[in-house]
Write a protein that binds this ligand. Structure first.
Ligand SMILES: [Zn+2]
Length: 656
């Protein structure tokens, strides 16, 4: 059992370990995460996206929420006026909080007076709406509004509070303190009084308060917040929420966390809850609860996850389907579910150190989460289909879009959880790349970044990592300092690669099979370790139990899932089949395949039939492969599709 000490926040962030850290800072873990002073992106794919986030995405989110009155809700709430109309659905406060979290991480990268001023101003407006007892929500509790906590099933009150607290934790971890931290602590104290051991036995319909309170407990050392997080985790699954049309499974109130075998119900809720449950388990030394979360992760990855890492195949309730129910054209794969999956994988990686967690994190980050933002950073996918059958329609860039109806990326949504979630992910993404131990440094994700840290043994290390990843497979790691003792540098060999060619200094390259490669030595300035990963495009076949894609193949190149996209209006991707006996050609950015286009089944030919049943009916005998034409198809990274206007697209290609 970990003893947390109830201490006030020290004033000097540099001397208090809790003041540094990434989004997750467990008090005990196999691997120790790095903070934003220890790892910095330098160039390449991730640096470019993080800069775009700082320059474009943050301002985009802020401008939209200003324009449509979501930020103004705080001003109106603070005014004390009555009868004003609340803008947006009841949980839009959370979008301002996720933006504040993103801004806090971004400010952790260095001085930015303009952003600092905008951040401070936004915090002041939020803080001004806090009530005397710490409660802070713009949709509840005032004259003319629903009473506080009167609709825990759908109100999202504690969900919003969770995101406020996460924003405050990001501030603590990058700057030490600030007005938002004080606001969050007053709010958390109100929650402890309201829902704590002597308070109301209830949970929120949308988890998020659980990981937030656990993290606030870690960041402040106040054990009450962890205690409340644990209460919320344990209360769920006992039917405290009123029945709804989707069933109690929707908000994981059907079964206690520690008894469930798999993630189920609403995907984002399930993933946030599992993250919070693991946080609680780690801090309390609750091995049974930790094992339950790991078990659910394993089952979900094996049976309920798309090739892109996306989770959730039901549009109606944004939920997981049954095992192997993964239709590509109905993939919901909400961007936020991908982010929730990464939250959980990262926590499991820190605890167990197994590369399988970093493998899924890489897959989900590059192929699900990064499919969301448009190349210019001003529009986003909410859902991430794997098969677009009809060319998407261009959304009105000036209007709010329905979340799942938009077939191209849209600037903003009526429920706009995904853009701000992408923003906070991009602002902190490097903090998921590497960890340290007593005398080792582990690189889990690749790109170009510098690490300057002191290992737990006291040995300072400085490494530069340079790579054209994810397009290129060479990763060059160079020591910039002499290490005063032996250090073990460990690099993940991705599961998709299976092996790597490793070159240490001027030695000959050596093939290494397995999950990692480690080099132990006293590193001198200029010492290099080079990892070469096989970037040849490869066929991927699905488990036959995934009925919706049986008889199809996908193509991956390096860490990227590829897709076939067709912009031309006279051609679509729906009729093609791929000839897997023809060469699969690796290109600079994707792959080339040979496609065959049989006569479309079920359409009337001159003889009345075209090989599949009678004309106008798509069922019957197997088609004859007559009259087909071969053509070359170029596959591109799935995450980049739909950047050039309306198109059709598919990941899974039927075989000829
Ligand atoms: Zn979302």
């Amino acid at each position: 059992m970990t003893q947390l000490v109830d201490t006030p926040i020290p004033s000097d962030p540099q001397t208090h370990p809790a003041f540094r850290g990434g989004p997750v800072a467990p008090s005990t873990s196999k691997l120790t995460p790095l903070d934003s002073t220890e790892i910095r992106l330098t160039q390449g794919y991730w640096r470019s996206w993080q800069q775009k986030n700082s320059d474009v995405v943050l301002a985009h989110c802020e401008a939209w929420m200003e324009r449509i009155g979501w930020i103004g809700n705080f001003d109106r709430a603070a005014s004390g006026d009555t009868g004003w109309e609340h803008s947006g659905i009841e949980f839009v406060d959370s979008e301002i909080y996720k933006l504040l979290e993103a801004m806090a991480w971004d400010l952790g990268h260095g001085e930015n007076p303009d952003l600092q001023q905008r951040y401070d101003s936004l915090v002041d407006r939020v803080a001004s709406a806090q009530e005397a007892d710490g409660y802070l929500h713009t949709s509840f509790g005032r004259p003319g509004q629903p009473a506080r906590y009167s609709n825990l099933e759908w109100g999202h009150e504690l969900y919003c509070f969770g995101h406020l607290i996460q924003a405050a934790v990001a501030r603590i971890r990058t700057a030490g303190s600030g007005r938002l931290v004080e606001v969050a602590i007053r709010l958390a104290d109100h929650l402890y009084a309201t829902f704590g051991p002597s308070g109301r036995e209830a949970v929120c319909g949308h988890p998020e308060i659980e990981p937030a309170l656990a993290e606030l407990g870690r960041a402040t050392g106040d054990a009450r917040y962890l205690e409340l997080a644990a209460l919320f985790v344990e209360r769920r699954g006992h039917g405290l929420l009123k029945p709804i049309e989707y069933g109690q499974e929707y908000f994981q109130d059907d079964q206690p966390v520690r008894e469930a075998e798999t993630l189920r119900g609403h995907a984002v809720r399930a993933l946030y809850l599992a993250s919070g449950a693991l946080d609680v388990a780690v801090e309390l030394g609750d091995e049974a609860l930790a094992a339950a979360v790991e078990r659910q992760w394993s089952h979900t990855v094996a049976t309920r996850t798309y090739i892109t890492g996306g989770m959730g195949s039901h549009h109606q309730d944004e939920a997981f389907g049954a095992d192997f129910e993964l239709p590509p054209d109905r993939a919901y794969s909400e961007t936020c579910a991908g982010i929730g999956s990464n939250m959980l994988s990262w926590r499991l990686l820190l605890q167990h150190g197994d590369t399988k967690y970093a493998d899924l994190l890489e897959r989900t980050l590059l192929n699900n989460v990064m499919a969301s933002p448009r190349e210019d950073g001003r529009a986003f996918f909410y859902t991430n289909t794997l098969h677009q059958r009809v060319p998407g329609s261009v959304p009105d860039e000036g209007e709010l879009n329905a979340r799942a109806l938009s077939s191209l990326r849209a600037p903003w949504f009526e429920v706009s959880c995904c853009p701000t979630n992408v923003a906070r992910t991009l602002a902190s993404v490097e903090l998921y790349f590497a960890t340290k131990t007593h005398d080792g440094l582990q690189l889990h994700q690749y790109g170009s970044y510098d690490i300057d840290t002191t290992l737990d043994s006291g040995t300072p290390v400085s490494f530069s990592v340079v790579s054209g990843y994810p397009a290129e497979g060479r990763i060059v790691v160079t020591s910039r300092e002499q290490t005063t003792s032996e250090v073990t540098l460990t690099l993940r060999i991705p599961a998709w690669a299976g092996h790597a060619d490793v070159t240490v200094g001027s030695n000959d390259p050596e093939r290494v099979d397995g999950e990692t490669v480690s080099v132990t030595r006293r590193f001198a300035p200029g010492d290099t370790v080079v990892l070469d990963l096989p970037m040849k495009a490869r066929w991927v076949t699905p488990d036959p139990r995934i009925d919706a894609v049986r008889g199809t193949v996908a193509v991956e190149r390096g860490p990227l899932v590829l897709c076939l996209e067709e912009q031309a209006s006279e051609r679509t991707v729906n009729d093609v089949r791929v000839d897997t006996s023809a060469p699969l050609v690796t290109t600079d950015t994707g792959a080339g395949v040979t496609l065959v286009t049989p006569a479309a089944p079920g359409t009337a030919g001159t003889a009345g039939t075209d090989g599949l049943g009678r004309a106008g009916w798509p069922y019957g005998e197997a088609p004859a492969d007559e009259g087909r034409g071969a053509s070359e198809g170029i596959l591109r990274p799935y995450a980049t599709w739909a950047n050039e206007g309306p198109s059709t697209m598919r990941v899974w290609l039927p075989t000829a």
